[in-house]
Design a protein around this ligand. Structure first.
Ligand code: GLY
Length: 433
């Protein structure tokens, strides 16, 4: 009989890592938690101690391996995209530490969007028409000859989820091509794709490289302002389960995930970890917008809490390639995450966040921090995405009511809290129809 003597290290500093730490803290096998770099608010959801290393980054490979040895870590959860690209899972395997998270080669499906599109084409996975470029001049010549329609211009490398530039016409596509320079090396190669008109959602599957299980789906809210206005963010709210995922859509996403995992394995890129399918439904057909090699954020914040299994056990079954022996169960509750940020455009400085403890008193409310710092019994924030407030309940109407009741209790010094007030709007429309 296993006791709670296992140590888990999560490589992430934000809300996604906080949701994973929370879930691992519920495992009867886990007695110690570490996060690199982690954030100080991770501790509020965990009854067991969470040690953080704020001076490190998710790509501090040498230091992470040293921590694993010193702290006798049993499992590392490689949760952040740049750690996958840097080959952290490979380095850990070489050092003899169990890790859940894809190898650098398998993770290319996220960190190289051009490679990923070619892989989809080869494996007959539905995707928009696309063309890869390394020369801006050739790309502009191509657009000048192409029909005047909507495009996406996407940097091939990792740019914190902000590398896909929407272009509503040829003129904007030409501008977006010039803008690829702002992404440095990540934008030296880029993809021009047809803009698909439809409803987006994302689905998350865990796999040991051969078998897989779908954990759930969610809808991200990327634009900064209500009614999907303003610039794209890394994600400023999410909801689950999205009603757009009917049985027919589920079957299609399952087939896409199967083809992807088997296609990768055939190339010797055995994928072990969490696979994120970013999808769009166009006329009842599912197309791949992108694959990511990790949980999304704030999608993890609404899906991870619903997992009923012991996450340590599930992760170890991935490491040991025996996922087919487990059955992942979820609580099937509705959840939304409302992301609190500082008001766009204000200068970065420390400000007090009020009302956190009151908001947490509402049953069914959890807060996953990103940039919230407790100090002398108070909470302070800096800038950017600060926290994700998650409400759970039986349907979208109930969770929206709870979430916004809790949000209304929060306040940032100088009236500087920004959040969207319409998270879950698509399904609000559906439930009332
Ligand atoms: N929320 C989108 C992402 O994590 O990439």
């Amino acid at each position: 009989m296993a006791g709670n003597n296992k140590t888990v290290l999560v490589v992430d500093g934000w809300g996604r890592g906080a949701a994973l730490i929370h879930k691992y803290s519920q495992s009867p096998q886990v007695g110690k938690l570490i996060a690199v770099p982690g954030n100080p608010l991770m501790q509020i959801n965990s009854e067991i101690p969470v040690k953080i290393f704020p001076h490190l980054t998710t790509t501090s490979i040498k230091e992470i391996i040293e921590i694993c040895k010193k702290e006798k870590v049993d499992l590392v959860d490689v949760a952040q995209d740049n750690a996958v690209e840097a080959g952290l899972a490979d380095a850990l395997e070489e050092a003899g530490t169990s890790a859940i998270g894809p190898s650098r080669l398998a993770g290319q499906i996220e960190w190289d969007k051009a490679w990923a599109r070619n892989f989809m084409k080869k494996n007959k996975i539905p995707h928009p028409a696309y063309k890869v470029f390394t020369s801006k001049k050739n790309a502009k010549d191509y657009i000048k000859r192409a029909p005047n329609k909507k495009y996406f211009v996407k940097a091939t490398g990792l740019v914190e989820g902000k590398g896909a530039l929407p272009a509503e016409n040829k003129e904007k596509a030409l501008l977006a091509i010039s803008e690829m320079s702002k992404f440095g090396k990540a934008g030296e190669k880029f993809v021009i794709e047809d803009w698909l008109e439809g409803e987006e959602f994302s689905t998350f599957a865990i796999t040991d490289g051969m078998s897989f299980q779908i954990i759930g789906s969610a809808q991200d809210h990327k634009r900064l302002y209500d009614a999907d206005q303003g610039p794209n963010t890394g994600g400023i709210g999410s909801s689950t389960p999205p009603l757009v995922v009917t049985k027919n859509i589920y079957k299609q996403e399952e087939s896409i995930i199967r083809k992807t995992i088997l296609g990768l394995a055939k190339e010797g890129r055995v994928y072990k970890g969490l696979l994120y399918l970013g999808a769009i439904v166009v006329n009842k057909k599912v197309y791949v917008v992108e694959f990511n090699a990790r949980w999304g954020s704030p999608e993890a914040e609404v899906l991870v809490p619903g997992i009923k299994n012991d996450l340590f056990e599930i992760s170890m079954s991935v490491v040991k390639e025996r996922l087919h022996k487990s059955k992942i169960l979820t609580d099937r509750k509705s959840r939304i995450a409302v992301t609190g940020s500082t008001r766009p455009g204000i200068e970065t400085k420390e400000r007090e966040l009020f009302g956190l403890e009151n908001a947490l008193k509402i049953p069914g409310i959890t807060i996953y921090g990103s940039r919230v710092f407790p100090k002398k019994g108070k909470f302070f924030v800096t800038a950017g995405r600060l926290f994700h407030l998650v409400a759970e309940g039986k349907n979208i109407i109930e969770v929206r009511k709870k979430a916004y009741q809790a949000m209304s209790m929060l306040f940032i010094e100088g009236n500087n809290l920004h959040y969207r007030t319409d998270i879950g709007w698509r399904d609000m429309e559906r439930v009332y129809q």
